[in-house]
Ligand binder design. Structure first.
Ligand code: TXA
Ligand code: MG
Length: 337
């Protein structure tokens, strides 16, 4: 049984104690929930891989509560300093060169000479890390390949009995994982789009970052930076198909009783579906991003649903992160193609 903890001082101290003795606790962040263990304890980290069924060639994020904690493990250059000043705590994860290859257990780094550092904008989790006085690993709290968890209920759905505890801090704000920027290379490079955009990073650095994940890129030809990035991602067991607003008429004609539609409120109104077969993404790119994984998880659990049609959004601002996750969930399947 997995213990469900609240966000009281007492509960946070209990979570820190569980981690100090090598246990595994799922924690809230502003993006998605993570699965935590003391990042300096190899055996504790091993339990995170087991709980997630995560392949070992996929390295983990190291979650810290301030820049000083990151500097105990990694070299921070002027770019890291500037980005920290502007975006921490917040949804920007930085790949940094390690001070020494053995400064973190090899299951955290997958044997690389770099690691990913993140300082989440969530007071409960940052307090927990401060109490532990060590960074915690923080992969998303889902079974490997499944959509990330944006509520404690999602975490329990995948992890009940597999981890020691989860801290329930309600639904996450953003809904998709942090932006990852690689600073271990000469020209800063975006490895995963998130709420902090490539343009924002470029403007703070005063130089253009490479964005191979962007809408107009040859992303498919770029070798994954971390070996594990090649794996299937964010995928429910049902078929996911992407549709555009211009497909609405055709979609309406073709829908069958085993289909579900995930779309903006306006589009749903045009389709006139019953609520059991539809999930509203609200009215904005922000609300859509917040809802995406909940919607996929909901219909994945509905036995009678076979295909989930999900509306595409313009790939700009947070929409770039939304489309990146949606394309991966759908394995590139588009309506009418
Ligand atoms: O928002 C987030 O970042 C969430 C919350 C829980 O903090 N965490 C998260 O972790 O998304 P995860 O493990 O699901 O995704 C981390 C990604 C993986 O794709 C991994 O391959 C990549 O970061 N990564 C980790 N270390 C790396 C490294 N040294 N070089 C390149 N990529 C790395
Ligand atoms: Mg993940």
């Amino acid at each position: 049984m997995t213990l469900v903890l609240k966000t009281s001082e007492k509960a946070i101290a209990e979570a820190a104690n569980i981690m100090a003795s090598g246990g595994v606790v799922a924690f809230p962040t502003e993006t998605v929930y993570g699965i935590g263990a003391d990042a300096t304890k190899r055996d504790a980290v091993e339990k995170v891989f087991a709980a997630k069924k995560r392949p070992h060639d996929n390295p983990l994020i190291v979650t810290v509560s301030n820049a000083e904690m990151a500097s105990r493990f990694a070299k921070l250059d002027w770019r890291a300093e500037k980005l920290i000043e502007n975006f921490w705590p917040g949804s920007l994860t930085m790949i940094l060169p390690l001070i020494d290859q053995d400064i973190l257990p090899d299951n955290v780094t997958a044997g690389l000479l770099t690691a990913a550092f993140r300082n989440p904008k969530n007071d409960v989790t940052r307090h927990l890390i401060t109490l532990l006085n060590n960074p915690i690993v923080g992969p998303s709290a889902n079974l490997s390949t499944k959509p990330s968890s944006t509520t404690a209920e999602h975490v329990l759905h995948d992890m009940d009995g597999r981890i020691d505890a989860v801290i329930d801090d309600g639904p996450t704000e953003i809904g998709v994982e942090s932006t990852i920027v690689d600073l271990s290379v000469k020209q800063a490079t975006i490895l995963r789009p998130g709420a902090v955009t490539a343009d924002q990073v470029s403007s703070v650095l005063g130089e253009k970052v490479i964005d191979p994940t962007g809408p107009i890129s040859l992303a498919a030809n770029i070798a994954p930076k971390a070996p594990g990035m090649k794996y299937r991602h964010y995928a429910p067991s049902k078929a996911v198909v992407i549709f555009n607003q211009t497909d609405l008429k055709d979609l309406k004609q073709q829908l069958k009783k085993n289909d579900a539609v995930v779309a903006l409120e306006d589009s749903l109104n045009q389709l006139k579906l019953d609520r059991r077969h539809s999930w509203s993404l609200g009215e904005t790119a922000d609300s859509a991003t917040e809802e995406l994984f909940s919607a996929l998880r909901f219909f994945d659990d509905q036995k009678d649903i076979q295909t989930i049609y999900v509306e595409s959004l313009p790939s700009e601002g947070i929409g770039e992160a939304y489309m990146n996750r949606l394309e991966k969930s759908a394995g590139g399947q588009h309506f009418g193609l």
